[in-house]
Design a protein around this ligand. Structure first.
Ligand code: ADP
Ligand code: F6P
Length: 330
């Protein structure tokens, strides 16, 4: 049962939530949703703590001032959460019922792939949803850009440069672990940007550690003093790997796990601007009668596609970037 379909005049109230891992720029997206809604004469409710807050009816009325002074801040003013109840049919039904009860004509979900799946389930129960891609991992197949990736990359790149200074001074090998449990986009981009010798990513690594050791030994024989290995979180065991590489190569080796600093911090200009454009677009879609869409950046343009179609898409690492990284890491 769709409780809103098609007409601009039908929409009175929308809601917005952030879900899954936080990402710098989520605040800019929330701000854009709220202000674009207000410009269109809509009421806006913020839902705190993602789907958990929806199930707990943790709603706040938002006006233009509610989103003042947040565009430059990392994190999300709406808080975020993982919500296991949404993985079950009764949780989804309850969430859809709560949307109806609060007169929510459209729900903007800012989050990653998992959050999109929650939104898709809600759409099957008549809630009109629009997804906005928010994750530092870049692992949303429907969009070439995700909110937070650019900031996370720059944070990680800066941290890796610092490790490199120390590593160079001590003539050490360094393993630096960046985020990306299932996706190696951050590792690949930093691997190129930081001139790493090795980039280990879930999409490409065959877990033949001896091959890594052999390559380090070869470079050592060729006179290389510095060896930077970028390890995506999904490969794991950076500390164990450091011990094994040290034992096998005789090179002093240290592991650095950059961790959650990649998720925080003030968003870059690109993240602020793209998040603003995407948040505004999400509301435009609802205002023009669209529903069950996701906002994307594809082929250099902001656009939207059906949420079901989006969730059938697959994303791999950028193969051309991967090949370039292989040529440069000598
Ligand atoms: P992200 O959105 O960053 O990928 P998660 O995968 O943790 O983060 O998903 C965020 C939340 O979205 C989950 O805690 C859950 O509430 C909801 N969700 C994830 N997968 C599904 C699913 N298959 N069906 C319904 N809801 C889901
Ligand atoms: O935000 C992305 C990410 O860092 C992933 O790389 C990782 O899988 C996940 O979040 C970990 O998040 P948490 O520790 O909050 O569950």
């Amino acid at each position: 049962m769709a409780f809103l379909k098609g007409k601009k005049k039908d929409i009175k109230t929308i809601a917005v939530l952030t879900s899954g891992g936080d990402a710098p720029g989520m605040n800019a997206a929330v701000r854009a949703v709220v202000r674009t809604a207000i410009v269109n004469g809509l009421k806006v409710k913020g839902i705190r703590r993602g789907y958990s807050g929806l199930l707990e009816e943790d709603f706040i009325d938002m006006d233009a001032r509610s989103v003042s002074d947040i565009i430059q801040k990392g994190g999300t003013m709406l808080y975020t959460a993982r919500c296991p109840e949404m993985l079950h049919a009764d949780g989804v039904e309850k969430a859809a019922y709560i949307c109806r009860k609060h007169g929510i004509d459209g729900l903007v979900v800012i989050g990653g792939d998992g959050s999109y799946r929650g939104a898709q389930k809600l759409s099957e129960h008549g809630v009109n949803v629009v997804g906005v891609p928010g994750t530092i991992d870049l692992d949303i197949a429907s969009s070439d850009y995700t909110i937070g990736f650019d900031t996370a990359l720059n944070t990680a790149m800066d941290a890796i440069d610092r490790v490199r200074d120390s590593s160079t001074s001590h003539e050490r090998c360094s393993i630096i672990e960046v985020m990306g449990r299932k996706a190696g986009h951050i590792a690949l981009w930093c691997g190129i940007a930081n001139g790493a010798e090795e980039i280990l990513v879930p999409e490409r690594y065959d877990y033949e550690e001896q091959d890594v050791i052999d390559r380090v030994n070869t470079r050592k024989k060729l006179g290389k003093k510095l060896h930077i290995i970028i390890n995506a979180e999904g490969i794991g065991d950076s500390n164990g790997m450091a011990k094994r590489i040290e034992a096998a190569t005789g090179l002093e080796t240290r592991a650095t796990i950059i961790g959650y600093i990649q998720r925080g911090g003030s968003p870059t200009c690109r993240d602020r601007v793209f998040a603003s454009a995407m948040g505004a677009k999400a509301v435009d879609i609802l205002v023009s009668g669209g529903a069950n869409r996701v906002v994307c950046f594809r082929d250099g343009k902001f656009m939207d596609i059906d949420i079901n179609e989006a969730l059938l898409m697959q994303k791999d690492l950028d193969q051309s970037l991967w090949e370039i990284s292989r040529k440069l890491c000598r």
